[in-house]
Design a protein around this ligand. Sequence first.
Ligand code: URA
Length: 238
Amino acid sequence: MRLDKFLSQLNMGSRNDVKALIRQGKVTVNDKTETACDRKIDETVDRIVCNGQPLHYSPYVYYMMNKPAGVVSSTTDRAERTVLDLLRPLLPTQDQKRELVPVGRLDKDTEGLLLLTDDGALVHRMLAPKKHVDKTYLVTCALPLSDASVCALENGVEIGEKQPTLPARVTRVNDTVIYLTIHEGKFHQVKRMLTAVDNQVCALKRVQFGPLQLDDTLASGASRALTAEEIRMLQALK
Ligand code: URA
């Protein structure tokens, strides 16, 4: 593969941006500065470093979507529009045939950060209950939340499972809006937690998933490939 193509596939910038980086001598191939954009590399063997950052070839792709309400988080559905129906037409040609899956589910009416990938091992790591990958939601509640309710959400509430929910983190935005960070991913967990404190969720948006933060420049329904740094953070998850 050409060096400039490799760098732009790893989201180091547009084709013109990466050409400029190469010409400025910011890229090394096997420890030697390379200024030829059309230099052929073997991305599975050669060591490529850009601006001091080693770049690792990945056979997988990773997309962040700002999921809109009204689509379901499955790969296929007979009746409903899925997140894959939304993503597929936006993918570059080389990724169209990949078997992407959403990493976990958001309810049909939930918006926000959804990760989609064909890296099965990562999906497994991020969803394994024992890993306790943090998820932060912006929650709009039907009723003002008392301090006692916030305290209960933080300490754990009964939602009809064997155990109460694990301690969570709450940051107030105003009387009815909070950021809620949970370490589990039980079915309808946030809605059930708010029901447990005699309240109700009016709107739910995920803004953080493990080390990933929702890119606030992504319009509702839009997606983008993860950056090399975001992929590195995901791969660093133990
Ligand atoms: N908790 C919920 O209740 N719904 C979601 O979509 C995500 C977390």
